[in-house]
Design a protein around this ligand. Sequence first.
Ligand code: UDP
Length: 240
Amino acid sequence: MAEKYKRADGRDYDETRKMEAKVGVVKRADGSAIFSFGKSQALACVYGPRQFHPQHLQNPEKGVLRCYYDMTSFSVPERKRPGPNRRASEISFVTSRALETVIPLENYPNSVIDCYILILQADASTRCAGINAAALALASAGIPMKEMVSAVSVGKIGGAIVADISKDEEDYEIVKDGKTIKSATDIPFAILSRSEKISLLQLDGRIKPEDLKEAIAMAKKVCRKINEIQKKALKKIKEE
Ligand code: UDP
């Protein structure tokens, strides 16, 4: 029988790295938060809603949520060239889609809500840390949200379905036919708190339908825990 996959840091399959959430960290912003999964740490700042400029971009029927994701140059071991790139544009796009679904944008005609997400240090799953921080920043900016949004990556590594993938896990390799190949599957999810609808599902790698079902169930279970941490962080700022 094949040996059961053991996570390098000793975590259970459904266990995340240490999570930390703090709201109200940037006073100039209308809403802000920090969220981390272990060494992956995201800062999110929300400005708005305010009138959308230039005027020709305004939509009289609904407002727009714009999320901007970026990593600081020294957030990763190999310095990242400053400024946006294709990866950041893609993550900004999917983050906006994952979050806008819970905001009644029809209440904000001709307006824009900007959300800047900066990764301060990265050890994989940063888009999920960014979504968790951004959801907190939006809520703390007083923007009504139909539901909270929580995000986690779930993967298949060494034959096991595991939550909150670290960089080491993402780089997991096996030897097949004498060749060393990357074999991790990484699925970032965002789940809405009440309906448990999925507002983000990306797939990097391959997965069988039955394993995907297990991954979805695990993402929902873990996002319930993340949601509790988000709620606590929001409650704390109200009490302060
Ligand atoms: N990464 C890096 N340099 C880059 C982009 C990514 O070192 O320019 C690392 C970083 O640790 C990141 C990880 O690769 O968290 C995984 O990146 P991916 O694109 O899968 O997104 P993420 O898992 O962070 O959402």
